[in-house]
Design a protein around this ligand. Sequence first.
Ligand code: DAH
Length: 340
Amino acid sequence: MLERLNVLEKEALKTLKTTSDSDALAEWQKRYFGKKGALTTLLRSVGDLPAEDRPAFGKAANQVKQRLETAYEAHARDLRQAEVERSLERDRLDVTLPGRPIGPGHLHITTQTLREYFAIFAEMGFQVYEAPDVETDVMNFGMLNMPPHHPARDMWDTFYIDDDVILRTHTSPGQIRVMRERYPEPIRVVLPGKCYRYEQITARSEHQFYQLEGLAVGHAITMTYLIGTLTEFARRLYGPDRRLRIRSSYFPFTEPSIEADMDCILCAGAGCRMCKYSGWLEIAGAGMVHPVVLRNGGYDPEEWGGFAFGMGVERPAIVKYGIDDIRLFYSNDLRFLRQF
Ligand code: DAH
């Protein structure tokens, strides 16, 4: 038995030296120390020995086991070290090379556009007010004079989270929030934000887009102020010669309601591809704040009046830069974003 132990140790040490990677090492470990391993089996056979030989065999066996374990650890360490050296050699790095510069990013085209708008409205006394993207059905529709089943709700295809909670389809519910917060002060704010509509995504329409809402509430506000504000905005953005065209329209939250068009910045009204040969570009839906909406915001319509407008943010940028696919605004493609 002792002889067998001896042979086993020599053989194990010899084969250990030939293992050259961690797989082979694990294999070796299993071969000698595994449940059915050679050493394990030999140790288990101590019972076959006469009782008086057992202590000596046990002692010798344990020493062999320990020596093999030590050898195993040392060899494993060597293999790991060799692997590190190989990988250093493989991934050789010249630390004296200059680094690749990581340029600072810049603002997204939508953010740039919005900030341009803020600056213009700020000069006309409008503050920026932010309202949440996730709204209630009541705020998005009900408070804006569209009770459940109002047919005008069909104008907005809505993402419902549950029966009451939705993703806002427009920035108009922010009007109610500002009014409730600011009452009884007069108000002049713009409300930027993302809106969501349950729509097929195509080159021409996204299910997410930005709007900029405007709201003015005061004691003597007339339609003239609304038209003046929109005209001034268009002129500061696109040049002093811009003309505005006002069309009558319908929104449940304004009375009367209008839509404002600006003469085409490319053809100045002559008709071209950009304005689809109409000579005009739509810039905003707007109107005088409906008495019901004022009341829902806490303002007595007998004493207060107001105007409101809502405009797209991507669309004008699309027109200005000739962008042919609205999806580019949301695809994080640096080749697109770096151009602005
Ligand atoms: N909320 C409207 C929309 O998303 C746009 C709009 C129209 C906003 C008229 C207004 C307004 O504040 O007065 O289509």
